[in-house]
Design a protein around this ligand. Sequence first.
Ligand SMILES: O=P(O)(O)OC[C@@]1(O)O[C@H](CO)[C@@H](O)[C@@H]1O
Length: 310
Amino acid sequence: MFYTLTANPAVDMTVTCPPLIPNENIRSVTSSYTPNGKGLDVSYALKKFGVDSVALGFFAGFTGKYIVEETMNMGCLCRPVWIDGITRINSYFNDGENEYGILNAGAPLTPEGERELYKILDTTGDLECLIISGSLPPKASRYFLDEVIDHAQDRGCDVILDISSDKLKTLAAKKPLLIKPNHHEMKAIFGVPVNTDDEVRVAMKMAHDIGVQNVLLTRGSRGDAYFSNGEDIWYAKREFNINLVSSVCAGDCTLAAFILKWYHNRENVEEALKLALATGANVAESVGLGDFGRVDEYSRRIAVRKLERK
Ligand SMILES: O=P(O)(O)OC[C@@]1(O)O[C@H](CO)[C@@H](O)[C@@H]1O
């Protein structure tokens, strides 16, 4: 069974509005409030593909209650750890020209909360693959992620990381099965750009050298991605334009789709990349995750090639 961990979930408030004007109030055109957080998004996307997972995370207050209820309403399994405070609300604005995001800190984590999570990881019956996504809440202990990975790996569980913290560099030594940085994160973590095939080769090698088994590198609005398994590197690109509404959950759904096709069939890189980019593109065309209505059609319009070995 797939498990996702969202240590710092959020209600996303997504607003479309006329251009923002300093020191003036403007009225929004549309607004919506959706249960989110990177790991939860992975669980929701898997569910849309008909695959169950268990969503783990720390939840607090009325917003936490809303997320857990909505998660269950979607038919997703969820094992919340309740903490004090209020789960954050993140705000995203699209003024027709640009996207803006304001991300809040989240409810502070407690040692008791952390221990409760470790207990779930130690005792749950079917822990096969844990996808750890997103930021950490305030007051998370210094070695929280190290501990989470240790508890999971002690159970023989694979670990996938989608975190932007520079902790990723040290966590790589624990040999995660897969990491999913975007181009900004890859540059921040390894200090090298990833604009060309050759630059990507260098960055991928750096990731593998420090312990990462597989890397899915996404490049946001460019609509392309690279995947490296340590032996070969594939490049995938969408061959169509999208009608951008909100790119906010696109990366999480890209990851979910990739895992879905690749986790149980590691040879299936090409198909996995096609579904991943198609899903990300379709999600960016709606608020939240959308209905995945064009994923099949888009999958047929993703070009994939293997890079020459050097
Ligand atoms: O602060 P984090 O955890 O890095 O990111 C949180 C977040 O931006 O990630 C999701 C999109 O990926 C949003 O639903 C959510 O608001």
